[in-house]
Ligand binder design. Structure first.
Ligand SMILES: O=C(O)c1cc(C(=O)O)c2c(n1)C(=O)C(=O)c1cc(C(=O)O)[nH]c1-2
Length: 247
């Protein structure tokens, strides 16, 4: 397992150079899925996390910094809604916001992440005031929100497709936490349990939109590039966290 990002491969695969013309939906899905090799599950920090090798301080650093991402996701999705002229798509996409923010009667992902924080020994105020957020995480997360605001909405939808790769990592992480980090209360892991069914539902919808609407070679290349951009956002976050919390 390597922590080195294969930039050469990424550029050749994302700018569409030499790729040829448009492909059918199945081949497009294949092209998108092939980016799994660049997903942050391959980052050394995640590899060590799932092998049970991280210290409590490293786990806490990761949880505190990832909160920055969790807080930004609904704002990112609101930006997509704001740019998307299609009512049917908005009807389904809006669910992502309440999944994270919650409603008057349901707890959302942000609340669940705050409980994860408490379970690892971080009080809510510590997460909410952002005191642990390192610059690389702040700027990476910001780049994702700005991307969704400023790029065509279809590209922003495609950038969410890292969630195609998330359930495998989430299942592995849940098992690893239960096995190796027994100092963490299991109830604190609800966030990951919820994502196990939310992420496949969300990525299925996003994939449906992208395969239906990205028909030309240019649109397909743009979708692949959007997913590569998002992989870079996640990777840059992990690099920043890894550096801030050494073994
Ligand atoms: O813990 C992870 O590895 C992970 C990865 C990702 C992802 O792949 O972007 C998301 C999440 N978690 C997550 O919890 C989440 O709500 C989420 C939303 C999105 C998105 O781009 O819309 N990605 C992710």
């Amino acid at each position: 397992m390597t922590a080195t990002h294969d930039v050469t491969h990424e550029v050749a695969g994302t700018n569409g150079a030499g790729h040829g013309g448009a492909v059918g939906p199945d081949a497009l899905v294949e092209r998108l899925r092939s980016q799994a090799t660049r997903y942050h599950s391959e980052h050394d920090f995640h590899v060590r996390m799932n092998a049970g090798e991280l210290s409590p301080a490293q786990i806490r650093g990761w949880v505190a910094n990832r909160f920055c991402y969790q807080e930004a996701i609904p704002r990112k999705d609101a930006a997509i809604l704001g740019n998307c002229p299609d009512r049917e798509i908005r009807q389904r996409w809006i669910r992502r916001i309440t999944d994270h923010d919650g409603t008057e009667t349901t707890e959302g992902g942000i609340e669940a992440w705050l409980r994860l924080g408490e379970a690892v020994g971080l009080d809510r105020a510590e997460l909410l005031d952002g005191r642990h957020i390192v610059p690389g995480v702040r700027f990476s997360v910001d780049a994702y929100v700005v991307y969704a605001r400023t790029r065509p909405w279809l590209e922003a939808v495609a950038s969410s497709l890292t969630e195609l790769f998330a359930p495998g990592l989430m299942a592995e992480r849940l098992a690893a936490f239960e096995k190796h980090y027994t100092w963490i209360d299991r109830d604190g892991l609800d966030y990951f349990r919820n994502r196990l069914h939310q992420a496949p539902r969300d990525s299925e919808h996003a994939l449906e939109i992208v395969t239906e609407r990205c028909r030309t070679a240019e649109q397909q290349d743009a979708a692949v590039a959007a997913l590569a951009f998002k992989n870079d956002v996640l990777w840059a976050m992990m690099d920043a966290i890894d550096r801030a919390y050494p073994a």
